[in-house]
Design a protein around this ligand. Structure first.
Ligand SMILES: NC(=O)c1ccc[n+]([C@@H]2O[C@H](COP(=O)([O-])OP(=O)(O)OC[C@H]3O[C@@H](n4cnc5c(N)ncnc54)[C@H](O)[C@@H]3O)[C@@H](O)[C@H]2O)c1
Length: 257
């Protein structure tokens, strides 16, 4: 294998992507599978999960499914114990599962704020804790957190979401230091405006969509496929000295005034 191929090859690796039945998680899962990983796809949406698994299998890619809610500690540990008996322990984790709602801060009740923190922060912390021992045993591993442009710039009101992404991103950074001695890297991808089910209402608002188009240097919203190369890089051997970083993927939205 050439050096170039080796840097990006995930042959022999096991990759878990949470919330990967659709959207950005699904795009990232396909990329990791195409790079040679055995992919474990996860979601709470069982029918979408099975459909995505059939799609990968039909393409001759290695796939297992793990249906769990990222916020449920027992479910995550039980399901992962069961799946990894067959696949081997997880080498690459992408924490992508998430939800979003948009309204003024004052209109949230505290339980809604807690729910966003629960999924984005506690959910990521929970799944990450479940895979760390296996990575430490192998003295290798890749943790990838899905952060957000909302840490730096906002257009729609979603303060509790931004705060939850902030917590997750701080966790990513701290784990880079803590897990570095085992050769485990910890990084984040911060997408800007991508077209998925999560952003559907914004995309359907023609005025909002074209305003955002006009603000992006590349003059278009992101396609989930735009994340694929970055995630293969972060997950692969070529990124072994890359940790505690955020890859911002937003078409250059912060370059315009
Ligand atoms: N779409 C964007 O523009 C954008 C921008 C920045 C960040 N993000 C982040 O990217 C990630 C993926 O977003 P998306 O746009 O693909 O959204 P999406 O709604 O299309 O997909 C999210 C998936 O996560 C699953 N999920 C939700 N809660 C879960 C739970 N508790 N356990 C397991 N699975 C769960 C859903 O069923 C769904 O399949 C999210 O963390 C989101 O905050 C998205």
């Amino acid at each position: 294998m050439s050096n170039l191929a080796q840097w990006f090859s995930l042959e022999g690796k096991v990759a878990l992507v949470t919330g990967s039945a659709r959207g950005l998680g699904w795009a990232m899962a396909q990329a990791l599978a195409e790079a040679g990983a055995h992919i474990i796809i996860n979601d709470i949406n069982e029918s979408a999960l099975e459909k995505s698994a059939r799609d990968l299998s039909a393409r001759g890619l290695q796939v297992s499914t793990a249906r769990f809610d990222v916020t449920n500690e027992k479910e995550v540990n039980d399901v992962l114990a069961d799946v990894t008996v067959r696949t081997g322990s997880v080498d690459i984790l992408i924490n992508s599962a998430g939800v979003q709602n948009r309204k003024y801060f004052i209109d949230y009740d505290l339980d809604e704020i807690r729910k966003l923190m629960e999924i984005h922060y506690f959910g990521s912390a929970n799944v990450t804790r479940a895979v760390i021992p296996g990575m430490q045993a192998k003295k290798d591993g890749r943790l990838i957190f899905v952060s957000s442009l909302s840490l730096k710039s906002m257009r729609v009101p979603m303060a509790p979401y931004a705060a939850a992404k902030g917590a997750l991103t701080a966790l990513m950074n701290a784990l880079a230091m803590e897990l570095g001695p085992w050769g485990i890297t910890s990084n984040a991808i911060a997408p800007g405006f991508f077209i998925t089910e999560m952003s559907r209402k914004l995309v359907e608002d023609k005025e909002f969509k074209s305003y955002i188009d006009s603000r992006i240097a590349l003059k278009r919203w992101g396609d989930p496929k735009d994340l694929q190369a970055a995630v293969v890089f972060l997950a692969g051997p070529g990124a072994s000295y890359y940790t505690g970083q955020v890859i911002e993927m937003n078409g250059g939205i912060l370059t315009t005034v």
